[in-house]
Design a protein around this ligand. Structure first.
Ligand SMILES: [Zn+2]
Length: 195
């Protein structure tokens, strides 16, 4: 039989916090860590639960009667927290609730063997991409051709360097199924040529 834990009232929270921290909060994040060891803090506004950054910011926002930049009074921090959060005590057997470890999940994706950049979970999308991948030597496209000069130099336009290839003003990338295509990397095209 388990009982639903009751909401912690402000005096209970205040007594617990003063016991744990003393009269002043010295470190918002350390106070938050101690709180979350014992309590669950669900924000009354929004749906944040046990968010250490939110809780530490809430503690720091506590008005101090001694003026700004002075340590927050623990009892006033308790009031601020109680106003902002629905606070419940963790069950006594809390540690035993998490005996299982998080499970790694292995995800399989497929990658284009030509460009090695296109990857999808769905193999059909990769098959489709491969029919128009510029790095597929079966397309006999400029990108895999030894006569292709790419546009990587500022003074050199992208062009075809083959003597019978298109003049630079007539050249349009990419030429596909080109009759004068030659593999830039012969070992890559070998697998694609039929005997
Ligand atoms: Zn590709």
């Amino acid at each position: 039989m388990s009982t639903i834990p009751g909401v912690v009232a402000e005096p209970e929270l205040r007594d617990w916090l003063v016991e744990a921290l003393g009269p002043h909060v010295q470190d918002d994040y350390e106070a938050t860590r101690l709180l979350l060891d014992t309590f669950d803090l669900a924000a009354k506004e929004g749906n944040s639960l046990n968010n250490p950054h939110h809780i530490a910011t809430c503690i720091a926002s506590t008005p101090s009667t001694n003026g700004p930049w002075t340590p927050v009074h623990t009892d006033q921090a308790a009031a601020t927290l109680h106003a902002a959060y629905r606070i419940t005590r963790k069950p006594a057997n809390y540690g035993a609730l998490f005996v299982d470890l998080p499970m790694p999940v292995v995800v399989s994706r497929h990658q284009c063997p030509f460009c090695r950049r296109f990857t999808r979970a769905d193999i059909r999308q990769v098959n489709d991409h491969m029919t128009r991948c510029w790095q597929n030597p079966a397309l006999r496209c400029c990108k895999t051709c030894i006569h292709h000069q790419d546009g990587s130099h500022p003074e050199d336009d992208e062009s075809c360097t083959h003597p019978t290839g298109p003049e630079w003003e007539a050249y349009r990338f990419p030429v596909l199924h080109c009759p004068i295509w030659e593999a830039a990397h012969p070992e890559a095209s070998g697998a694609q040529e039929s005997p």
